[in-house]
Design a binder for this molecule. Structure first.
Ligand code: ADP
Ligand code: ADP
Length: 234
């Protein structure tokens, strides 16, 4: 089963100074339980591609289907609801600084419609899942980078998504912390059957956890396939 199916995706940014074809005809399928990496330099179009997968950007052309639902055909409330099935984590974590760790996770539960009565137990469950139960009452400023990303992951999993999008999730972290976060992602992939689509400029990340990958350049995939095949090529 293909959890993510993208066909003929295009996105152009227009401004007074001209236009940039950020994504210029991308086809992609990601099977259930896969960890798919999109590797490329800055400006290749990775972030735009990822933001089209959860429709933070609306593509100019092409289709995006996640978990059997064509998102490109939806608007308004139906799109917002479908989006709950897609979690996202960010390079700079994007936490609410005025809320505790538990508060950040609780907020995500609230936004995605978990009834108040279930929230407390669910916060505890999510923090347990990412190994952060001890820090429930800390504020983001009191956490290490790795701990902040664990909060980001707990929050992304609030609505029990089947897909997790990762936007350079380890790029702001040192190598040791990067490894611990990648191990956590692999663990979640295996335990929850979570399908992961990640973008990165680091080959080491792709080698470490991806089952398949694509190389992106100037808005297109120049290579893609199973990781074993890609690494074997000259
Ligand atoms: P990457 O994530 O690989 O660094 P991006 O998707 O961020 O690539 O950017 C692809 C291209 O689109 C770049 O040329 C970038 O400058 C341009 N771009 C990205 N976002 C915008 C935007 N909001 N407005 C105009 N141009 C943009
Ligand atoms: P904030 O002030 O940062 O918004 P709150 O203390 O108001 O955080 O808590 C927000 C939510 O998180 C509430 O639903 C609360 O029940 C839950 N919560 C707070 N502390 C914990 C904890 N240690 N374990 C589990 N849930 C917690």
């Amino acid at each position: 089963f293909n959890v993510i199916e993208i066909g003929g995706l295009r996105k152009t940014y227009r401004s007074r100074n001209g236009s940039v074809r950020a994504v210029d005809g991308v086809d992609l399928t990601v099977g259930e339980g896969e960890v798919f990496g999109v590797l490329g330099r800055s400006g290749a179009g990775k972030s735009t591609l990822l933001r089209c997968v959860n429709m933070l950007e609306r593509p100019d052309a092409g289709t995006v289907t996640v978990d059997g639902v064509e998102l490109t055909g939806l608007r308004g409330k139906r799109l917002r609801t479908a989006r709950h099935g897609i979690g996202m984590i960010h390079q700079h974590f994007a936490l609410l600084s005025s809320r505790t760790v538990a508060g950040n996770v609780a907020f995500a539960l609230e936004v995605t419609g978990t009834p108040r009565a279930e929230r407390k137990a669910r916060v505890a469950e999510l923090l347990e899942l990412v190994g952060l139960s001890e820090r429930a009452d800390a504020y983001p400023a009191q956490l290490s980078g790795g701990q902040k990303q664990r909060v980001g992951i707990a929050r992304a999993l609030a609505a029990r998504p089947r897909v997790l999008l990762s936007d350079e999730a380890t790029s702001a972290l040192d190598p040791e912390t990067t490894d611990s976060i990648l191990r956590l992602l692999l663990d979640l992939n295996r335990r929850l059957g979570l399908t992961i689509l990640l973008i990165t400029h680091e080959m080491t990340v792709v080698k470490r956890i991806c089952t398949s990958a694509a190389v992106m350049r100037d808005g297109r995939f120049t290579e893609s396939g199973a990781i074993t095949d890609l690494l074997r090529r000259p």
